[in-house]
Design a protein around this ligand. Structure first.
Ligand SMILES: C[S@@+](CC[C@H](N)C(=O)[O-])C[C@H]1O[C@@H](n2cnc3c(N)ncnc32)[C@H](O)[C@@H]1O
Length: 252
């Protein structure tokens, strides 16, 4: 409770009830600071695994050339670039909460990184999407939902703007089912991620947050349940690197 009102949002670092502003301010602060070093950190810290996970995401994504794709929490545009190259869709709407991340995506666009696919850029909070109902064929989202303090609302918004029959394709860190692998993963998260992050970006705190938010995030089944509660059906997921990451596909 806060001033007599029930809090339904969470602190994304702990999973505990907290005002949304706490997580929103933190995520804006982190990603505006690291925007220009973000891609290098991704490549180094995952030992290149992020490429295999993106490959998997593309294999699972039911995108066709006539589709209009919405990339939520699209950051510097990695997912959108892979979508452009793999499927050449009619149009991509690349969105993110943090303008500095989108600035890097715009630089990639100017350099031809999107293979000639038309891309529009918009600063969008996924918990309040400013687009009409039923306007997109497929939504992609990588490492986004974990950072959102009101996940039910974000998923409901994604459901709203998808066309009937459309799909949400979500890549996120997850929970390895094997206990030994899970222990190693948690050790890596707690000790090595902050180390790599500090070394590459000069600021450790964002990576302490990254590690905490992954540990506080629901497992594969928990995320599928949240999607189901938002209205999605036929939710399936595939684990990558033993479940360190998972790609969920959910239909409207
Ligand atoms: C780890 S990055 C992932 C970026 C990109 N999807 C990728 O795979 O490289 C997480 C992104 O989520 C964005 N984000 C966090 N909260 C958000 C929200 N409420 N709405 C939209 N984007 C959000 C951040 O600004 C950041 O760019």
């Amino acid at each position: 409770m806060d001033n007599g009102k029930t809090i339904t949002t969470i602190d994304t670092a702990t999973g505990q009830a907290a005002p949304a502003e706490l997580s929103t301010a933190r995520v804006k602060d982190i990603f505006s600071q690291i925007a220009r070093k973000y891609e290098r950190f991704n490549a180094v810290s995952s030992f290149g695994a992020y490429r295999r996970w993106l490959d998997g995401m593309m294999r699972q994504a039911p995108i066709r050339p006539e589709h209009d794709v919405l990339d939520i929490a699209g950051g510097t545009g990695d997912v959108s670039r892979w979508v452009a190259r793999a499927f050449h869709p009619r149009h991509i709407q690349l969105t993110d909460l943090v303008p500095e991340m989108l600035e890097v995506a715009r630089i990639h666009f100017a350099r031809g990184g999107f293979d000639g696919v038309p891309v529009d850029f918009d600063v969008v909070d996924a918990q309040n999407i400013p687009y009409a109902d039923e306007s997109y064929d497929v939504i992609t989202m990588a490492y986004g939902i974990r950072n959102m303090p009101d996940r039910p609302r974000a998923l409901a918004e994604m459901y709203r703007v998808l066309k009937p029959g459309g799909a949400l394709v979500c890549l996120e860190f997850s929970t390895p089912p094997n206990p030994v692998w899970r222990t190693l993963d948690r050790f890596y998260l707690r000790h090595l991620i902050p180390f790599w992050g500090g070394l590459i970006t000069g600021d450790k705190s964002g990576f302490v947050y990254l590690a905490k938010s992954i540990q506080a995030f629901p497992d594969q089944r928990g995320l599928a349940r949240l999607m189901e509660e938002a209205g999605f059906h036929d939710i399936a997921w595939k684990n990558y690197t033993g479940g360190i990451a998972a790609v969920h596909v959910a239909l409207k």
